[in-house]
Design a protein around this ligand. Structure first.
Ligand code: PLP
Length: 419
């Protein structure tokens, strides 16, 4: 490792000082993290909260095991989608009653996109970005095909969104923070432009909810969806959430008209009548165990000042970028995350020709990030449980792997199913 003696000392002291004076340092104890791991993938699967296992055991053995079916009424199972939705609402600048937990992000996007397109029947265009997370584009393609009304999904570059919104646009469907580059779009400006031309806006908050302050009400957003297993720490495959602004809720009932979205599921009526409010976005019976884990995850964020979280996130990502410049210069890494704070989410990504092998070599040394095809190494920054020293150590390990070409081994080039 080629490191200037002087700069190690200076930087290490600075890092220790940053951790010592970090007002969020105590939050790490909310999580169970294995020794010897620097976890930079909380944007793909959030860490395990310490409360989750015991709470699940209680729900399984006490509520399911002893109370059996009575728990739907006596243990609050029935209310879970609305109750956890109200907690998430608090994190994304929405009102309780505008957010509900259900299904996956993909399915929720289908529901809100169906609603939004039906609210603008005379317009044909759905605008999104070519680098949007593919499932969002796939769901739009499937809906367009199903509706058979000649709608068109138009894609533009994520720096040219404002210029592509016009009077033909029915719906603008965007991910707030790009999953690959970490670029954050201007939610207020884009929402305002959509409304100015009479279009509706849908935000995908997969990489925003729990990662940074979001103000859906302030931005006058129409619809939103988001993910439970990333920054909300809800566990693998956790249920997702959706937001529908109160002003739109009564105007459309989504097409996946399952009984839990009926206004009286236990009347067992043979005709569908949508429930009042956000409940009409439910479909079938909720996965109680998964919702239990999600609630533990969401609870880790509820008492955290999101502005403080954001400040730490930016300091951690700034530090990451600066240390990579210092210790990994000339090693083929190209930063793809914007340097500007107002355009950066809570991750840092680099292109590298041998990105897959580099990430495997990092993981073998306990630095867990992930790889996004074709050539991006991605590092998620979760300020609740990351320390400044973690960033320092991760960069030192990366510098060593790059300078020794440790990544250049056959075992690091074997592609797994999940990258
Ligand atoms: C992670 C992610 C999803 C995940 O969708 P699921 O249906 O929950 O698998 C969707 N959209 C974006 C932008 C994501 O980053």
């Amino acid at each position: 490792m080629i490191i200037k003696k002087q700069s190690i000392k200076m930087n290490e002291e600075l890092i220790f000082e940053l951790d010592r004076s970090d007002p969020l340092a105590g939050q790490r104890s909310q999580f169970s993290l294995p020794d010897g791991v620097i976890y930079l993938d909380g944007n793909s699967l959030g860490a395990l909260p310490i409360t989750t296992s015991a709470r699940l055991k209680q729900v399984i053995e006490g509520e399911w095991g002893k109370e059996l079916i009575r728990s739907w009424n006596t243990s609050g199972w029935y209310e879970m989608p609305r109750r956890i939705g109200a907690k998430i609402a608090h994190l994304i600048g929405a009102q309780a009653g505008e957010v509900i937990v259900a299904d996956s992000t993909s399915v929720n996007l289908f529901k809100v996109l169906a609603a939004a397109t039906q609210l603008r029947p005379e317009r044909r265009l759905i605008l999104s970005t070519s680098d949007n997370f593919p499932t969002d584009l796939y769901m739009a393609q499937g809906l367009i095909q199903l509706l058979g009304r000649g709608q068109e999904l138009r894609l533009c570059n994520d720096t040219e969104v404002l210029d592509n919104i016009n009077a033909d646009t029915a719906v603008v469907m965007l991910t707030h923070v790009n999953y690959r580059t970490g670029r954050m779009l201007d939610m207020r400006a884009i929402s305002a432009k959509a409304h100015e031309v009479g279009a509706l806006i849908i935000w995908d908050l997969a990489h925003s909810a729990g990662a940074l302050p979001v103000d859906l009400t302030g931005a006058k957003a129409d619809f939103a969806v988001g993910c439970g297993y990333k920054y909300l720490n809800g566990g693998p495959g956790a249920p997702a959430f959706l937001f529908v602004a109160e002003r739109h809720q009564a105007n459309f009932s989504q097409p996946l008209s399952g009984w839990m979205g009926h206004n009286a599921p236990f009347a067992f009526d043979s005709n569908y009548t949508p429930a009042e409010g956000i409940t009409r976005y439910l479909v079938g019976t909720q996965p109680v165990l998964s919702m239990t884990a999600l609630e533990c995850g969401v609870d880790t964020l509820l008492h955290v000042d999101m502005e403080q979280l954001r400040r730490k996130s930016l300091q951690l990502t700034d530090l990451f970028i600066r240390l990579i410049e210092e210790y990994c210069a000339g090693q083929g890494l190209t930063l793809v995350t914007p340097q500007e704070h107002d355009q950066r989410g809570s991750q840092v990504s680099f292109q590298h020709e041998h990105g897959y092998a580099l990430m495997q070599a990092l993981i073998a040394r306990g630095v867990i990030g992930d790889f996004r095809a074709p050539d991006i190494v991605r590092f998620g920054v979760t300020p609740l449980y990351l320390r400044y020293a973690d960033i320092w150590n991760a960069v030192q390990i990366m510098a060593d792997i790059l300078s020794t070409r440790d990544w250049d081994r056959p075992e690091f080039k074997q592609r797994a199913a999940v990258t």
